[in-house]
Design a protein around this ligand. Structure first.
Ligand code: PFF
Length: 448
């Protein structure tokens, strides 16, 4: 059965949707705490190197696979390598996407709670330590965590069920630039705090002795998480790109914007961390503890807090919509389900897993796998195992296994564009990616 596939009307529409997928909690919540836990500056250098050597090449691989086949990952792999069983790899991508969506929705639930708190004035008049206690109290409450997660998922799947995700993307293409501007305002504010230079030093003067091999893999995983790689999300998006889109240019623009947002977020957070005497290695709670303290000392902080968390909500929603589409599209195109049925099935699976993640901070906190609660496990495994291996597999597949002519045709738009970085790209796909796979594997099994 052929399904009608709409394209993006404009080049900007395609870029905006992909940026919408990329920019989200990964940049604003996850990047600062990962950098904080891994020594700051050194982590950022490894992160940027990873974006250039692996992130952009993997993004281009997903674009090439998606646009040359106009299919979801499984269909695409079947078209590109008809005689092999390589299409089974798509299951790893889908599983990765479901795992990401499950823990990510819990953090989106925290954002919704913070919108509520901001409106109710809960972000005003406390000390940084009290905001810390507020966050700990909030995640310790099973019903609060579950309720906000469910509310978020309800909105996410309602948007998908009603087929209004294009509308959300349109709203976001206005809100995203606003988020960007607001981050710059917050950066200026943070830079004016007492002792802000300590935060900048932490972020920008690399101390490689603070970085472990695990930290290096964390930086890789963070880059892939932030750029939405390795779960076939961009394969699905690129399957809707038109023939005029310059894949190389778009990949560079998207990766640069995404990295910029992450670094801006770091510049907001770390000067405040040092100014308020908090710990940079606080982990997932870092941003949720620091931001209320930042807003509290700003003029008009009440409104800044509301505005910021609403924008963060939309940034997260465009990411979860793209994540949800992976499983839904797969069910529709490979199992011939209706969109409604596919959306319901994915909603049920994700709700169950997300509720378990929300409960892993309280009722299920003693349930540990490899010493991690379910939230931490999903968070770690999805980026450091599924996304990395999924993305690097995609790179190796494009580098070594598909017809070189397909790659050239896609990158040059059938010879109409000149792509000076072709050799660099092929080098990254053919050599850097496999070496990275071996390195990650050795780190995972504990050899390095
Ligand atoms: N890139 C998103 C973020 O940084 O928040 C998260 C994400 C979205 C990961 C879509 C994967 C994905 F397919």
């Amino acid at each position: 059965m052929e399904h009608k596939r709409a394209g993006f009307a404009t080049r900007l529409g395609a870029i905006a949707a992909t940026v919408g997928s990329a920019v989200g909690l990964g940049n604003i919540w996850r990047f600062p705490y990962e950098a904080g836990q891994n020594g700051g500056g050194a982590f950022i250098i490894v992160y940027i190197a990873c974006v250039a050597l692996l992130g952009i090449p993997v993004m281009l691989s997903e674009f090439i696979i998606g646009r040359s086949t106009h299919s979801n990952m499984k269909g695409a792999l079947r078209k590109l390598a008809p005689k092999s069983k390589v299409y089974n790899m798509a299951y790893i991508c889908i599983l990765g996407a479901v795992l990401v969506l499950s823990f990510y929705s819990v953090v989106c639930g925290w954002v919704v709670e913070y919108i509520w708190q901001a409106v109710m004035g809960g972000m005003q008049g406390h000390t940084p330590q009290e905001y810390s206690a507020m966050f700990s109290g909030f995640v310790a409450s099973p019903w609060k965590g579950v309720m906000w997660t469910l509310l978020f998922l309800f909105i996410n799947f309602a948007v998908l069920l009603r087929g209004v995700q294009k509308g959300i993307e349109r709203i976001s293409s206005i809100l995203m630039p606003l988020l960007f501007v607001i981050l710059i305002v917050f950066c200026i504010n943070s830079l004016m705090l007492p002792n802000s230079h300590k935060g900048l030093e932490f972020l920008f003067s690399p101390d490689f002795s603070a970085l472990t091999w695990r930290g290096v893999v964390d930086a890789f995983g963070q880059a892939f998480m932030s750029l939405s790689l390795g779960v076939a999300c961009l394969v699905t998006y690129a399957s809707y790109f038109n023939d005029e889109t310059s894949l190389t240019k778009d990949a560079v623009v998207i990766a640069s914007l995404d990295t910029l947002v992450a670094i801006l977020s770091g510049i907001v957070i770390f000067p405040a961390v040092f100014s308020f005497g908090m710990q940079p290695e606080a982990g997932p709670k870092l941003v949720f503890e620091i931001l209320p303290a930042v807003f509290q000392q700003m003029a008009g902080g009440y409104f800044w807090a509301i505005l910021f968390f609403i924008l963060l909500f939309f940034a997260s929603l465009t990411s979860t919509i793209s994540l949800s589409e992976i499983f839904i599209n797969f069910l529709i195109e490979e199992h011939h389900l209706t969109r409604k049925k596919a959306t319901w099935i994915s909603a049920i699976v994700v709700v169950v897993l997300a509720v378990l993640c929300a409960l892993s901070f309280n009722v299920l906190s003693s349930f540990k796998v490899f010493g991690m609660n379910l939230f931490d496990l999903f968070n770690y495994v999805s980026s450091n195992v599924f996304m990395l291996l999924g993305g690097l597999f995609t790179a190796v597949f494009v580098g070594w296994f598909i017809d070189r002519r397909v790659v050239v045709e896609q990158l040059t738009n059938k010879g109409r564009l000149n792509v000076p970085v072709m050799n660099y790209l092929m080098f990254c796909l053919r050599y850097v990616a496999p070496v990275a796979v071996v390195f990650i594997f050795l780190q995972l099994v504990g050899i390095i």
